[in-house]
Design a protein around this ligand. Structure first.
Ligand code: PEP
Ligand code: MG
Length: 584
């Protein structure tokens, strides 16, 4: 018989979470249609204004709380919501409706809010879709104040508890940056996959997370006990005493494994035969700098800069970026810090940015294309990097490159900004090493050419897999088809490594596959001696590197190159790993 309590999804961030469920439902409350007498109209207008003030105050409180915990960048999301709440244009229209149609404040507010939501929802713009979550958050708060309901209705469940598991339809990057790692024991979402950006953030923050759990909202009641395993992708509600005991034993085992893995943090990343590897951290949010240092990163292989602006109302200034890059640089006085230029677009358009509506945002105006088309965004970033690189090993990395001309145009802008800084007598590095992300099949095809013009390659396996297999990286329905061990990806990884080697430049991998033990064997076996992963995965990756003889990895990788499908690649790597790996 099927156990109704057991749900399955995709494990996107390892770890076991056990706590009561809080349902985060960004669904608007039911608002009864209500008209008022003419004499009450101005009272309704005043009530609306009071509700907005109360909402703004609550949002400011949240912003300050998040600011204390995670810094200005993470709390910026609330600035965007505060701005939406205070939008005078929108409020003017609501007041007009109250006055002309004698509607109650909540009826008028809901009516106008619905209009805006529909407009944004139908625009097909990734940026506006991203903003709908903020819009809903604001609307829910205002409506709840007007209806006299506790705002926590949007967060149904024991939100005051020391720990809880968040159950939601979709975890947006915006919601993820708000999560309090000490309070959130885990996340279960109906949508999303291992490589959606919210998943990458959850992984970096070390929050156990299972995505793509069909029917989670219907099956999990607020306050019910939820047990989730972010490695296996299993979710169990209301576990029995026996299951709880079992889970606690698993948690203890996992903690022991973590402690064992912790022991390798101080050890060098060398294979049993003495081959040396470099392990770097992916840093998405300022608070991860510390984690990357703690978990033994030798530097930062991928500094994602676009999360600096998730939910923010303005683009970060040159000065803000300069401060941030210096801060990251100080965390790694001896290692490189690879700053990736803004990778806007796809699912990463910030509130601050006016993006056009597009049919296929992942094939659209994103990433390096945006930076080159909008130099007033790109130039301050380049200047901030050059200035911060005056006394640090900072490097620059261009995302989503598809042709040499993008590299040339970027290098030209960099040279121009360098000359301007010098002319103005501003302290800055003359230049910095510039590399490219290899994350499109076009870049792979041109790898030998690109290698002549850049200082390094870093393979973005998330996008490379997406664009090679034509599988949306964030679509839960296609998750089983998204496999970086597909021979079409494996062969490209080999091609890129060979091109880099021939040109005498380094090639590393910074996509999610670099944190999976089997892929680590494949990648090191193909010749990648530098990997960059989410900080919590560093100990595991290092233990794989230290446990599996390099010769075994090379042999397995060569066999994998001849495989005809992903399952065969996996079997070959499993067989190679089996004698050496316990932590899997
Ligand atoms: C990638 O595409 O693999 C990558 C590392 O970049 P992002 O996940 O930020 O797109
Ligand atoms: Mg990418």
């Amino acid at each position: 018989m099927v156990d109704q309590r057991a749900l399955r999804g995709i494990g996107v961030s390892p770890g076991v979470g056990l706590a009561r469920a809080v349902i985060v439902q960004w669904e608007l409350p039911n608002v009864p249609d209500r008209t008022v007498d003419r004499a009450e109209v101005e009272g309704e207008v005043a009530r609306l204004q009071r509700a907005v003030v109360e909402t703004v105050r609550a949002l400011e409180g949240l912003r300050d709380k998040v600011h204390q915990r995670a810094g200005a960048e993470a709390s910026g999301i609330f600035d965007a919501q505060i701005m939406l709440a205070q939008d005078t244009d929108f409020l003017g229209q609501v007041i007009h409706l109250i006055r002309t149609n004698r509607l109650s404040a909540e009826t008028a507010y809901e009516f106008k809010a619905l209009e805006v939501r529909n407009l944004w929802a139908n625009s097909q713009s990734a940026r506006l879709r991203d903003r709908i979550a903020d819009l809903s958050a604001v609307q829910i708060r205002v409506l709840q104040v007007l209806l006299g309901k506790p705002v926590e209705v949007a967060w149904a469940g024991p939100t005051d508890a020391e720990h809880f598991v968040i159950v939601t339809r979709e975890l947006s990057p915006g919601l993820t940056v708000q999560l309090d790692r000490d309070q959130v024991a885990g996340v279960v979402s109906e949508e999303g996959t291992r490589t959606s950006h919210a998943a990458i953030l959850a992984h970096s923050l070390g929050i156990p997370c299972v995505m793509g759990v069909v029917g989670a909202l219907a099956a999990i009641k607020p306050g019910s006990m939820v047990l989730l395993d972010g490695s296996t992708g299993t979710v169990l509600t209301d576990p029995t005493e026996g299951e709880l005991a079992d889970a606690k034993a698993r948690l203890t085992r996992r903690r022991r494994t973590e402690l064992e893995l912790q022991a390798v943090v101080q050890e060098p990343a060398v294979s049993p035969e003495g081959d040396v590897f470099t392990l770097l951290g992916n840093v998405d949010l300022p608070e991860e700098i510390e984690a990357a240092v703690k978990f033994g990163a030798e530097g930062v292989g991928l500094l994602r800069t676009e999360f600096l602006i998730t939910g923010r109302t303005h683009l970060p200034t040159e000065e803000e970026q300069y401060d941030y890059f210096r801060r990251v640089g100080s965390g790694f006085p001896y290692g490189p810090v690879i700053i990736r230029t803004f990778d806007l677009g796809g699912d990463k358009f910030p509130a601050a940015w006016q993006a056009p509506a597009e049919q296929n945002p992942f094939l659209g105006w994103r990433s390096i294309r945006v930076c080159l088309d909008e130099p007033e965004i790109f130039r301050p970033q380049l200047r901030a990097v050059l200035r911060a690189a005056a006394d640090r090993d900072l490097r620059l990395m261009l995302p989503l490159v598809t042709g040499l001309e993008e590299v040339e145009a970027s290098l030209a802008l960099l040279a121009e900004e360098s000359a301007r800084l010098a002319a103005a007598g501003i302290r800055a590095a003359k230049t910095v090493p510039v590399g490219v992300m290899i994350e499109t099949p076009a870049a792979v095809a041109l790898a030998d050419l690109l290698a002549q013009h850049v200082a390094f390659f870093s393979v973005g396996s998330n996008d490379l897999t997406q664009y090679t297999l034509v599988v949306d990286r964030g679509n839960a329905r296609l998750a089983s088809r998204f496999n970086s061990l597909h021979p079409a990806v494996v062969r490209q990884l080999d091609q890129v490594q060979r091109a880099a080697k021939a040109a005498g430049i380094t090639a590393s991998v910074c996509g999610e596959m670099a944190s999976e033990p089997l892929s680590v064997i494949l990648l090191t076996g193909l010749g990648y001696d530098t990997l960059s992963v989410a900080p919590p995965s560093l100990p595991l990756v290092k233990s794989v590197v230290r446990s599996v003889p390099h010769a075994v990895a090379v042999e397995a990788a060569q066999a994998a190159l001849k495989a005809t499908n992903a399952a065969e690649v996996e079997r070959l790597l499993e067989a190679a790993a089996a004698p050496y790996l316990r932590h899997r």
